[in-house]
Write a new protein. Structure first.
Length: 159
């Protein structure tokens, strides 16, 4: 069964918009890490998880959230801020280029997504976080859509 070209293009546009929304969330998260102190984050997480941990001291989400907040240092917070803001900014630039159909945006997006995928797989090898697999699969689908869109938009060779 062949998928109609307009349906593939619509899926491409939606996936690119989702990437853009995710990039904005990353930038907001990075600004949060940059502007809010480690002590404040820990205080908020303590407040957020206190009741749940009183009911169930082994609650998976609450214990992991609290553990992550307790392991934050100024250096890790600065790293997360820089990583999220730069990662989000790169993706925003690529999304804008793709939506404007800039020819250079297609290969740059494929290269950037390839690097992100490799990094996500590397992180997965340490964390085994299922969210990284979900994100990687989504990125692979977006890669295919970008490649397809690039190939479809390429001018036909002259005879």
């Amino acid at each position: 069964m062949k998928i109609p070209e307009n349906r593939i293009h619509q899926t491409f546009e939606v996936s690119i918009l989702l990437k853009g929304a995710h990039a904005l969330i990353e930038i907001v998260g990075g600004l949060f890490f940059y502007l809010v102190s480690t002590a404040t984050i820990l205080s908020w997480v303590n407040l957020l998880t206190r009741e749940e941990l009183t009911e169930d001291p082994r609650d998976f989400v609450a214990t992991h959230l609290l553990g992550a907040a307790q392991s934050l240092t100024g250096a890790t917070e600065n790293f997360y801020a820089f990583y999220l803001i730069s990662h989000g900014a790169i993706k925003i630039a690529l999304v804008l280029g793709l939506l404007r159909e800039k020819p250079l945006a297609y290969p740059l997006s494929l290269a950037a997504l390839g690097v992100f995928i490799l990094y996500q797989l590397y992180r997965y090898s340490y964390t085994h976080a299922p969210a990284l697999i979900v994100l990687t699969v989504f990125d692979l689908v977006v890669c295919w859509l970008v490649w397809h869109e690039w190939r479809h938009r390429a001018p036909a060779p002259r005879a």
